[in-house]
Design a protein. Sequence first.
Lengths: 140, 140
Amino acid sequence: MSLSETWLNQMQSDGSRLTAPRRAVVEILAEADQALDPGEIFERARRQHPAIGLVTVYRTLEKLEALHLIERIHQHEGCHAYLRAAQGHEHVLLCERCGKALRFVGDDLEDLITALEKRTGFLIREHWLQLFGLCPACQA
Amino acid sequence: MSLSETWLNQMQSDGSRLTAPRRAVVEILAEADQALDPGEIFERARRQHPAIGLVTVYRTLEKLEALHLIERIHQHEGCHAYLRAAQGHEHVLLCERCGKALRFVGDDLEDLITALEKRTGFLIREHWLQLFGLCPACQA
DNA sequence: ATCGTTAATGAAAATGAATGTCAATATCAA
DNA sequence: TTGATATTGACATTCATTTTCATTAACGAT
């Protein structure tokens, strides 16, 4: 089963109906190798389903985010792009030039977090780690 | 010399003129122990300088950011709050409840980054690390 | 297969943060 | 003190996102 099928099933289990515009948006996001913002998703979705409205894109994003299937990616240039959600301790590595996004696991932060909790008295519940750079293709 | 005086001097060296509304904004940001968004800064600045316009807040933020004295802090609820910029390898620890922000140094990411570069072929140029939790006061 | 409930849709209007314009004002070097 | 010019605040504008609403479509029940 492909990722988009899995997502569609999860949406349906959640009470959502499977419609053509929704399928288009889900497929785009499930297959994307980069974070996409609502405008970009809208443009791509139109190719498959010309009648789709931008509002539907927003609404589908909302649902997918609520199900933790996608999440917003924060960058200097803007914070409105979405990417498939991190699983477990995954973080993200982004190409500053072409936008290519890679998930990676690499959680060596336990020690740092424990030490900080002791020193500051904070109770740390979440962390964001993002790396930015140039992908192989964009270094040329 | 206080931090706001230092910032004002830097702005002046950069060719900016020191005006009352600008002083108000700078003082608020230099002394804040939490990230503040333009609206919050505007409200606070009005108390010292009732005639100030919101536009001036935006313009002052722009200048301070260009001088790397403040930087935008990204959070779930919004990405429009500003905090004094990180120095060197500082990162930020935020209280999810009251917004209190703490800078800390703790850069043990070199190994992770080197390993990732080798594995992915990316050239990594920057990283963001943010921790979220509850400050001592908000745990009660 | 058909029906009926109700979720979902797209168009249009509304909202609201951020930016651009501009005449009046204030800073600060000379 | 003066004058060039950066800065100001009011107002208008832009543009992404949300809201509203009548219509359409999905899908469980029959």
